[in-house]
Design a binder for this molecule. Structure first.
Ligand code: FAD
Ligand code: NAD
Length: 397
């Protein structure tokens, strides 16, 4: 019987793929069995999903086959849905089998948080995966066809985006770029189309630099986005949304970008969570389970001021690297490394040729910030797939 330790990584997103690649690099031959489980055989760039959702870029530019990113002689790739994590038995139940582990890395990513708002789960669409954005893209285009078949259906030309956080702002910007193309294609007067971005907080992009927020809103207003700031969506129906002010917006398209939570499988496993996120220690281990590491959107870590780090690809990637080092350290009986987040800044795209960024202690707006966004995207492609992936998927124009 083999005594080789079994490492199972759940999820091949930002955190999972970085963990897998680093383990592949660090582990010696036959030092451990590594299995990577993901529900798709591709890795997708969540940070890019707002573009195919709006139809301003292709699905193909948003994903890459996992087998191109890992060495399958060193890592077993299992394409399956994780259904249950059994901590006591050190087992993971998949849709089509069971895996046992000695070390588990949970990197299953987040899920949309609806805060119990009635009707959102049933009637709103979310930007979470390739499949969800395919649906949004098709739905938007179909609304133009529906309107042309019956021009009394003006709700088909009303688009509501709930939440003006980074996801909402980035999506609304792409949508605003896409609408004129659709209007041309479907012979629709652009003045009949309404894009609403509804935000409950007193400002768009809460917590971001106010000057950059103002710039972002100005850019989007010029693209005809109508903001409703400081107003919460309180219900979503088949006909649109109801706002806390009592106003109703009739819309056939509601896209919810109002927040995310951790994966529900984590709570079901018995971990104590805050909105599905588990407070992990400095070594990325789960409480009371030294052999379980939790990274990315499922983990909760705090900065020096005691504020939780926002769930971002940036932190998930950095955690992936340290997680792999600590799993190897555990196997070799060596000292663990503390995770220290290195904030490289934030860039939010505002559609074609426009963005805002706060990085290296400076603020950037417009074209220069948009170039920064491309550099960030290409850096990621380079990290996971080298120059080949940059040339294949990178957006240079
Ligand atoms: P993910 O990258 O979400 O990966 C989770 C993986 O697990 C996926 O492959 C999924 O298919 C798989 N999975 C989930 N459930 C199961 C299951 N039951 N069984 C099997 N597999 C499963 N962050 C930034 O830092 N910069 C940005 O510019 C940025 N832009 C964003 C834009 C948008 C539109 C969105 C929605 C998010 C953005 N983020 C950005 C946030 C960032 O994408 C997430 O924080 C990041 O993806 C988290 O990484 P992760 O590894 O935890 O999970
Ligand atoms: P978020 O939680 O950051 O923003 C959600 C927004 O929805 C908030 O501003 C919130 O006030 C608003 N909201 C909540 N309930 C509402 C209601 N009932 N009505 C109207 N508005 C409501 O979520 P997100 O934008 O999806 O971002 C998730 C994570 O991904 C964050 O950590 C973010 O930093 C990261 N992200 C980063 C980038 C980037 O760096 N460019 C892009 C997208 C996402």
């Amino acid at each position: 019987m083999s005594t080789i330790p079994k490492i199972v990584i759940l999820g091949a997103g930002y955190g999972g793929i970085l963990t897998a690649q680093r383990l592949q690099k660090e582990l010696n031959y036959n030092e451990a069995d590594v299995t990577l489980v993901n529900r798709h055989d591709y890795h997708y760039f969540t940070t890019h999903l707002h573009m195919p959702a709006a139809g301003t870029d292709s699905i193909d530019n948003t994903r890459v086959s996992i087998s191109k990113l890992i060495d399958e002689f060193k890592i077993d790739l299992v394409k399956s849905n994780v259904q249950e994590i059994r901590l006591a038995e050190k087992k993971v139940v998949l849709q089509d089998g069971t895996l046992s582990y000695d070390y588990l890395v949970i990197a299953l990513g987040g899920e949309p948080e609806t805060f119990g708002i009635p009707g959102l789960a049933e009637h709103a669409m979310t930007i979470r995966s390739i499949n969800s954005v395919r649906f949004i893209r098709q739905h938007i285009e179909y609304q133009f066809a529906l309107y042309k078949a019956d021009e009394s259906r003006t709700e088909c030309l009303n688009f509501v985006v709930g939440g003006a956080g980074f996801s909402g702002i980035e999506f609304v910007a792409e949508l605003a770029d896409r609408i004129p193309e659709l209007c041309k294609e479907y012979d629709v007067d652009p003045n009949l189309v309404n894009i609403y971005n509804v935000e409950a907080a007193p400002t768009a992009l809460p917590g971001f630099d106010p000057e950059l927020v103002e710039y972002a809103m100005d850019v989007l207003k010029k693209k005809k986005v109508q903001f409703k700031i400081g107003v919460a969506i309180k219900e979503c129906t088949a006909d649109g949304v109801l706002l806390a002010t009592g106003e109703e917006i009739k819309a056939a398209t509601v896209v919810w970008t109002g927040g995310i939570r951790g994966n529900r499988l984590i709570e079901a496993a018995g971990f104590e969570t805050a909105r599905g996120r588990v407070k992990i220690n400095d070594f990325l281990q789960a409480p009371e389970h030294d052999n379980v590491f939790i990274i990315g959107d499922n983990s909760l870590m705090f900065n020096e001021e005691g504020r939780p780090y926002p769930p971002t690809a940036q932190i998930a990637m950095q955690q992936g690297v340290v997680c792999a080092q600590n799993v190897v350290a555990a196997i070799r009986g060596k000292e663990f490394k503390k995770f220290v987040f290195s904030n490289k800044g934030t860039v939010a795209s505002l559609g074609k040729g426009e963005a805002v960024a706060s990085a290296f202690g400076k603020k950037y707006k417009g074209w220069i910030a948009a170039q920064l966004k491309k550099v960030v995207d290409m850096r990621y492609l380079f990290i996971i797939g080298g120059i080949g992936l940059v040339l294949k998927k990178g957006r240079f124009l």
